[in-house]
Ligand binder design. Structure first.
Ligand SMILES: O=P(O)(O)O[C@H]1O[C@H](CO)[C@@H](O)[C@H]1O
Length: 329
């Protein structure tokens, strides 16, 4: 890389960092402390703040993964809330996560969409990262569609493949870090929620059906996602350990949202866009880069939008079939 390109990259990175810092400047203290958990009443007040300002009543929530914000851009009849305008909301600090709550419609079906999610490595505790899911619940959302960018660990996966998540390994949970940490709020869900049916089977089958209709079956896979805390990408040894454990794709998000959504009885479907192949060999000199993650996401944006639109229509037409797998809070 030439000195000039390096200089340009530095200037660009400094600008991104300065923008992120500007956004968080009104927060006096970001840390992983577990004081000031959100109460039920506080989440209710956020839901009310939003419902008082919109006419639609969404039943489906969508989370846009890194570089996948065009899902939110393609909603019709949009009502946009930048996170910094919503009381008690954290703000997004990661490039590729716009940091807005977007209400609107897909095929006429009302949606609540996070155009940007919160990650643990941004300095927020997991219960704070997952708070918008509880807001979704109190707004009336019953189904969550979470998307993410992930590194492909399964050697059969290629960049651009879409992996329907059938299960996860909550590596951060192994160390006692969990979005449900703290006194349990029974109005959301039970103290000890089961997690073996976190990713709804009927919806997973429906996504395969949608992929077939869209002639995408060859790029749609299914597998196990594992979350690492980030922000650094993984070492070769870490990735090889995860592969031995049955992990197909690795990322730094989603699991806290899925646990929180399943805990409060929402039906969940999630998929990963494979944006890079994980480096599992010391002779491989390639390196994971966030810029490549975003490029791969941009390339697949039209297909992802089509898939999301099919899934939303399927949920709208068939959502009653899933109620047997929901336990009420
Ligand atoms: O999981 P999402 O938010 O899609 O983003 C993924 O991409 C970023 C790394 O490039 C990490 O934040 C990782 O989790």
């Amino acid at each position: 890389m030439s000195i000039n390109i390096l200089k340009e990259n530095n200037v660009r990175n400094n600008r991104l960092n300065a923008n992120a810092l500007k956004k968080v400047k009104h927060i006096s203290h970001i840390s992983h402390n577990n004081e000031n958990f959100y109460t039920y009443e506080l989440i209710q007040s956020i839901a009310k703040f939003l419902l008082d300002r919109i006419n639609i009543r969404p039943k489906i929530g969508i989370i846009c993964g890194s570089g996948m914000g065009t899902i939110a851009d393609s909603l019709t009849d949009r009502h946009i809330f930048p996170y910094e305008t919503i009381p008690h909301f954290p703000v997004s600090t990661v490039p590729g996560h716009e940091g807005r709550l977007v209400f609107g419609c897909v095929n006429g079906i009302p949606i609540m969409c996070m155009q940007g999610r919160f990650h643990y490595y941004e300095g927020y505790p997991l219960w704070k990262c997952a708070m918008p899911i509880r807001v979704m619940k109190l707004v009336g959302v019953t189904h969550l569609l979470a998307t993410n960018a992930a590194g492909g660990l399964n050697p059969d996966f290629e960049v651009g493949d879409i992996m329907i998540i059938k299960d996860h390994i909550n590596l951060m949970g192994f160390a006692g870090n969990n979005p449900l940490l703290g006194v349990n709020e029974d109005r959301f869900g039970p103290r000890f929620p089961p997690m073996n049916k976190a990713y709804n089977k009927k919806l997973r089958e429906a996504v395969h059906g949608a992929a077939k209709d869209l002639n995408m079956s060859s790029i749609v896979k299914e597998g196990v996602y594992s979350v690492i805390g980030g922000p650094n990408f993984e070492t070769v040894a870490e990735l090889n350990m995860l592969r031995i454990c049955g992990v197909d794709a690795v990322g730094m998000s989603t699991v806290h949202e899925v646990i929180t959504a399943h805990h409060c009885g929402m039906t969940v479907i999630a998929f990963s866009l494979i944006t890079n192949k994980c480096v599992t060999n010391y002779d491989d000199h390639s390196e994971a880069k966030h810029s490549e993650v975003m490029e791969a996401a941009a390339e697949r944006a039209p297909l992802i939008r089509s898939l999301v639109s099919k899934i939303v229509s399927y949920i709208d037409e068939n959502h009653l079939i899933c109620t047997d797998e929901i336990f009420s809070p």
